[in-house]
Write a protein that binds this ligand. Structure first.
Ligand SMILES: [Zn+2]
Ligand SMILES: [Zn+2]
Length: 326
């Protein structure tokens, strides 16, 4: 099979021919139909995730068809499944036993500790595969598996906030915006200063306001979610939320947060992060997505263009999500 492989952080992926893997106990072999490109993949390529093991096939937003199963698997050959970031957990630590498997210290992550979906085939633990909404085809379902899911978990942490700021209007924000608006909330989109296309894109999805990330919103917000990996946005977002407001950092990596006056946090503002996902998040979000008219915007690249897709994401040139198709 063809696969795009990371051998050394800081270097491009290399195209390789590899044997199709054989599923062992509890594993399914999936023929990849589409795999979305996540900002986390950039952090992996850049060596910013310390637990990464190499060589590695990245990709943790996999949509595919089960083509073979190992012993002890209930999934049938031919089933369409999604494979998210959470590849496995220990199942018995305090976190796993209290509904917080996303924090399990022994969790393994797709495309980081086990090979992911930048390939024609991938293996996955059947217990961590997700059912997908029938309403979305393969390339449009792929961004739900991380951008949508992490966005959903982040949005949930904002509670009943009505006015929500989204910092960084990429794959996750464009899905969260649709979700939040469907829930009757108002979305305020913060984009890279000067990125008028991103402002227009946010408004086209129903954002009440769109402007530069260093600008103040027209009205104090109830909550903000930061998707861009830029620590300087933390004090900016705290300044943009009203007393009692919540700022959620949704990225897996962020540049250092600059020092800021306590007054920005005072007034019972909360600053929290979102880490990974649980399987329950996945089930809840996919069920919700099936009831909404979610419209993921995608740009599709052949698998061999994985490096180009990553470069376009890094440069802020992708509107919505980039998706690789083998
Ligand atoms: Zn655990
Ligand atoms: Zn991701």
């Amino acid at each position: 099979m063809r696969a795009m492989v990371l051998h050394r952080t800081g270097s491009p992926l290399t195209a390789e021919d590899r044997p199709v893997p054989v599923p062992g106990a509890g594993k399914v072999l999936i023929q990849v139909r589409a795999c979305a490109v996540c900002r986390t993949d950039l952090h992996i390529v850049d060596g910013e995730l310390p637990t990464l093991t190499l060589p590695r096939v990245p990709g943790h937003e996999i949509v595919g068809t089960v083509t073979a199963v190992g012993p002890g698997v209930a999934l049938a050959v031919g089933t369409r499944v999604g494979v998210p970031w959470l590849a496995s957990t220990c199942g018995h630590c305090d976190y796993c036993r209290s509904g917080r498997e996303n924090l399990c210290a022994d969790a393994r992550f797709t495309g980081c500790h086990v090979d992911g979906g930048y390939a024609e085939f991938a293996l996955a633990d059947h217990r961590y595969c997700l059912a997908l909404p029938d309403s979305l085809d393969d390339v449009h379902a792929a961004p739900l598996l991380c951008a949508g899911l992490i966005g959903y978990r982040a949005l949930r942490l904002t509670g009943a906030a009505r006015r929500i700021g989204l910092y960084g209007f990429g794959a996750a924000a464009h899905l969260v915006a649709q979700l939040a608006i469907a829930q009757g909330r108002e979305v305020y989109a913060f984009v890279r200063p000067g990125d008028l296309d991103a402002e227009r894109f946010a408004r086209s999805l129903g954002a009440k306001w769109a402007g530069a990330s260093d600008a103040a919103p027209p009205i104090p917000l109830d909550a903000a979610i930061i998707f861009a990996p830029v620590g300087a946005l933390v004090p900016a977002a705290l300044a943009a939320v009203a007393r009692g407001g919540t700022v959620v950092c949704a990225g897996i990596h962020m540049s250092d947060i600059p020092q800021f006056p306590y007054a920005l946090l005072w007034g019972e503002r909360s600053l929290v992060s979102v880490a990974n996902l649980t399987r329950l998040d996945g089930e809840e979000f996919m069920a919700l997505a099936a009831t909404l008219d979610l419209r993921p915007e995608v740009e599709v690249h052949p698998l061999a263009e994985a490096n180009l897709a990553l470069a376009r994401l890094r440069a802020g040139q992708v509107s919505g999500a980039a998706v690789l198709v083998p």
